[in-house]
Write a protein that binds this ligand. Structure first.
Ligand SMILES: [Zn+2]
Length: 163
């Protein structure tokens, strides 16, 4: 089958202009290169479009840290909403295999975007008040564990009151 200008929105097979439905999926065909067929590229374009060029200059500086990949990506998305591009890097000194999503990440932004990034993070309460001062990971972990203990205590008290 020679590739045509039409594509199936379901299986992405291409078809000649005279076809109307995908023979496999019975889906109405659309023009290739439009709609959801290039979702990943559109996504990337979207990201690039959000970045403000005035925030993309200078050396990379660390503005925040995530306890893991997911948290770091969340921070990255927050920054991008304000037009600040960022880069994630595995924090040094943690012996976690590269393929694991676990382990802390540094969030780095270009120097010209750092002030805005810190504002964004302060508003989201995700950065220490003074500059790039990092909270030692062990203290963060202790805080998390402490919080869990408090929650467990509350749950226990709740059970006692109910019983
Ligand atoms: Zn199809």
């Amino acid at each position: 089958m020679s590739p045509g200008p039409l594509a199936c929105p379901s299986c992405a097979s291409t078809h000649p202009l005279e076809a109307r439905f995908c023979p496999d999926c019975r889906m109405p065909l659309v023009y290739a290169g439009r709609g959801g067929l290039e979702a990943p590229i559109t996504d990337r374009h979207d990201r690039v479009r959000k970045i403000k060029p005035q925030f993309a200059d200078g050396e990379l500086v660390r503005v925040a840290g995530g306890r893991n990949q997911a948290e770091a990506e969340f921070i990255q998305a927050l920054l991008l909403e304000e037009g600040v591009p960022s880069l994630l890097r595995r924090s040094r000194g943690f012996d976690v295999p590269d393929y694991l999503a676990a382990g802390p990440r540094d969030v780095l932004v270009p120097e010209s975007g750092a002030a805005t990034a810190r504002d964004v993070l302060l508003q989201a309460r995700m950065a220490p008040a003074e500059g790039t001062a990092a909270v030692p990971a062990r203290r963060v972990l202790a805080g998390v564990l402490g919080g869990a203990a408090v929650v467990a205590g509350v749950a226990w008290v709740g059970t006692e009151l109910l019983g």
